[in-house]
Design a protein around this ligand. Sequence first.
Ligand SMILES: Nc1ncnc2c1ncn2[C@@H]1O[C@H](COP(=O)(O)OP(=O)(O)OP(=O)(O)O)[C@@H](O)[C@H]1O
Ligand SMILES: [Mg+2]
Length: 928
Amino acid sequence: MRGTGKEAPFVGRDRELRQVKELFHATADERRARLVSIVGLAGIGKSRLAWEFEKYIDGLAADVLWHRGRCLSYGEGVTYWALAEMVRRRCEIVEGENQATTATKLRATLDKYMPDAEEQRWVEPRLGHLLGLEENIAPERVNLFAAWRIFFERIAEQTPTVMVFEEMQWADAGLVDFIEYLLEWSGRHPIYVLTLARPEFGDRHPGWGSAKRSFNSLYLEPLNAGAMDELLGGLVPGLPEDIRARIRDRAEGIPLYAVETVRMMLDRGTLRREGNRYTLTGPVGDLDVPDTLHALIAARLDALPPAERGLLQNAAVLGQSFSTERLGALAQSSEGSLDGLLESLMRKEFLAVQADPQSPERGQYTFLQALVQKVAYDTLSKRERKARHLEVARHLEATWARDADEIVEVVASHYLDAYRAEPGDADASEIRESARRLLVRAGQRAGSLAATGEAERYFVQASELTEDPVTGAELRERAGEMAWRGGAAVTATAHYEAAISLFERAGLRHPAARVSARLGEVMFFEGRLQEAVDRMEASFAVLSGDPPDGDLAALAAQLARFHYFLGHRERGAERVELALDIAESVDQPETLAQAMITKGIFLGIRGRHEEAMALLDHALRYALNRDIGAAALRAYFNLTDRLTRSGRVDAAIAQASEGVALARRLGDRFWECSLLANMLYPLYIVGRWDEALQRAAEMPDLERLGSQRTILSAAGLSGLIHVNRGDLDAARRLLEASAEMETSPDVQDRSNHIAMRAALRHAEGRFAEALEDGSAAFTWVAEIGGNEGVDEGIIAALEAAFSLDDTATVKELIEQAHALRRVDTSTYLRAHLTRFEARLAARQNDDDAEAGFARATEAFRELGAAFGLGLTLLELGAWLAERRREDEAAVRWDEAGGIFGALSAKPWRERLERTVAGTSLSLAQPSA
Ligand SMILES: Nc1ncnc2c1ncn2[C@@H]1O[C@H](COP(=O)(O)OP(=O)(O)OP(=O)(O)O)[C@@H](O)[C@H]1O
Ligand SMILES: [Mg+2]
């Protein structure tokens, strides 16, 4: 947005501009996303720098797609406004355009950038929602963010893309999150993000960009005296030296101050504009200008004819940019036509018209400086503000809100400002009610855009504007839901507690119980498991006395899940049945999907593998078809486990890979890592060890996962690969990284950690310790049933007992393992047990050994479990060789040698070589 006047020559920012250009080229060349955060005081030249850069980009031979969006300063920002503006620009949609043409233009743009029809179908409603088109969208943040991100990625795949976010000091928290998200997930795309902000932005977002490689920050210092002189000299040639020095000294390096002083001289007639240059009309005399930027601007406003000043004041209420139509809706003073006044204000460089044909604001007027808008607004009395805000709000509501929700936040903020200006007026309660109504809608909209922080704030504001305790309670409940969805447990708890006590005081038991259940959920994830479940059960008792509804279904489903974690199988199974009964009849897809998964888990731990799998599989399809991301990911996760344990290891890996892909599309780190971790053990079993280590490396820094200990512990099992490859240091490092798991209250965490330690101790020759660690598996299984930690613990214990030549312990361990319920053992563990029995038989010179080894070989082959097979063949070969059946032994050993070679299981290959060396045989050399 440039004015009509003469632009000061661009001075003193060569280094900064060069840096911005270089980083852009690096972004385009390396095809890596990057952010440059430009920070500086009002009027220091942030927008100008961006504009110089834009001119440079325009001049490049190569195509670059430019996007610009400005955050609005209403209230605490309007959710994602700047982003929506960029999307509009790309689609050439004008602000306020009707729904039909908006939809058509969006479709046309998607056709251009998103050839994949399926992807387009997925992205379209989510982008539409951002533009105020679609209403019924699943408000999962991951879903929306992913769609918006993919849109820009596809654009960037065709052409390097620039996104300039202006006035970030007014950004809503949702936008800030989105920008960080975009940078993190679109890292491999040439997307160049510039953010322009005043320093207060940093105070509000202290963690902004910290610790990101793709982040650069550029702080604009005041211009030095030389540059200021150059600026003034260029702007007003012939300006006397002493005047120039005075302006320069007062400006303290803020170019806007210098520019505004020149404009003031223009207003006063000391300067005249002739075409594109300013000339002095005579001696300047005493330069009487206020010494702060604010006061300077205020003085300029003050000197304007009343009609012009009045127009600017009205415009200031409307916002930084406005249409003549909206301006006309505000009562005008009779003097002068609107057009004439606007014309004059443009000449005086207060306003400019948006002429950029791609801008969604094209044709609108804009304050040339945001600061002028603010100063003009500040000159209004409270009464004047109230009247104007009210008029604007009513006008907007009458003209916009009919078909679009995207400015409901703006309208709400006008009502709120009108109310706050004069809360004691007779009509205040009516205005307050309008404000409350609009704030609720603003909350709904923000919530549906997954901007939970904003939504929470709107609901709280709305609750403060009502005198009815029940309405207040409902609004606090909604605020609590939003806070919790945004992960703010403490705030959510406070809202819920407030809502509960309001409901209780009004004697409303059902809603009080509903909120209490929500509070229970917060407590559960805060680690207060038992207390949470008790609270939720108490709510359950109340709610189940009323006709069944969605509240009860959701509560029952959640309770079922929590009971499972606490090991209350029967109670959990009972709750899940009820959840399923209701969810299906009141049509609650999310509850239904989650309940099906939970039921699948319960069936699984009862040993009903097939049914469990059928249910999990269906829950997965169901959730995928309805776009319920969280449920789909949870289904993938549980299916992977189930498939691995029942011996369908390749299928497990395939499911986990699909899940990882979905998690990545949705931008969900938690599930991405959980699924990656879940995939390591199956990959280990089938001998795809390189792939497993590669997958483990794809997990982001384990540190960043913070409390996600389960992921950490599952990842730890990949240490088995290091152990069996003889890289004991790597295994030790992994063990150390997850040292806290040793004392975790979660048995699952402990079991994985200790099982891996057992394997390491064995490899180190510390057999007694390995035996002790591994034997603990039998206590774990009593607590949580079978899992991979239990399997590996038992395997390590048996290996150790053999190494110790402790036949009695071997026997005992085998017996203990056989005593386990079948559901607690996996196909893989059973194959190993068959192998150990054969070894025991061999040790006791029992002829059953051969058949046993054969059965184990068979079992491992069927599983595709290369490493287990290699071990069995090695042992069977030794048994055969002892019986002088060398030819038969040779075949086994050759195969084992091939397997160990392919796995790079060096210690095992060496052990095989030593075994063979004791005979007259030699090993086939692995083919090169
Ligand atoms: N390096 C420069 N050389 C010449 N003129 C400049 C320079 N930097 C800024 N200006 C001029 O100073 C005025 C204010 O600059 P600009 O609008 O870029 O400030 P800003 O930092 O974006 O302020 P705000 O925080 O209010 O958005 C503009 O008229 C601009 O052209
Ligand atoms: Mg600016």
